[in-house]
Design a protein around this ligand. Sequence first.
Ligand code: NDP
Length: 300
Amino acid sequence: MKCNRIAVLGANGQVGRALVDVLGNRATALTRAQADLSQPATLTAVLDEIAPDAVINAAAYTAVDKAEVEDEAAHTVNAEAPAILAQWCKQHDVPFIHYSTDYVFDGSGNTPWQESDAVAPCNIYGKTKLAGEQAIASSGGKFFIFRTSWVYDAQGANFLNTMLRLGAEREALNIVSDQIGAPSYAPHLAEYTVKVLDAATQMQKFPSGIYHMVNQGEVSWHGFANAIFEAARSHGETLIIKTVEPIPSSAYPTPAQRPLNSRLSCQALQHVFGITMPSWQEGLTQAMEQKYHASNHMPA
Ligand code: NDP
């Protein structure tokens, strides 16, 4: 039996919006105003009221640099609130779906991380996300934790839109080239989340666990920036950017350290569900179509 009354928390975020789109009338969209994860004790009553048959948490404290100084706030939203949600789901025997991050790993090496590899977050955000994972996994209920990376869509405050803005303002940019990962297109994450959930509810035993879910392939931020500029130009965008200089992370210090190796292996998703995510290039193509198609149809 498919779940048809799915509570989506964080419904205004990149992944949350996409989930609500994909699920249509199967979703009950909950924004911060309706379900505030900074007040974990209030969440049980919210779920009691809706009585969902699945809960997807796309809300998170995602301000990675700010988390270095707001560690308590990040911990409440990323660890304490998901623990409460997972407990509610366990008590009501409904699946709980949650997202985590490549930042649970230390970024060493140059091969893709497997789900079973040792975790060692190098920043506060990663530590709070890991604490959330551990609380959910120990809830004893049905759950999926999808670890993803470098999430973007056509409209969010993300790398894609920052590059498009800077590419229109500047002739030269320095972009980090030693962090390698997979830009993940939020609508793809939403689509495959729903595919996996629907497949799981048909299985005899719900295959709870942590799964990596990223668009296929790998690229540096520098390579991604170049691909964005190329795609924008092919849509007729006027950019003045001429030079995109590759730089090491050490030349671009940020309050929170970032892992160099963010590659995530999606073999478990393939093995258990027969699912292969689209490539990151396909994600970018779709994001740009969404962006330029939408603006082409703006009323005059
Ligand atoms: P966004 O930052 O786009 O959205 C996060 C959402 O969480 C926002 O809508 C925000 O609400 C909401 N939120 C924040 N605090 C609260 C709160 N106290 N109560 C309720 N809602 C709150 O994130 P993404 O969609 O990109 O991320 C989805 C998931 O993927 C998260 O679990 C994130 O940790 C994970 N992830 C994201 C990555 C990325 O690059 N973005 C990389 C790896 C993993 P509001 O709109 O009101 O601010």
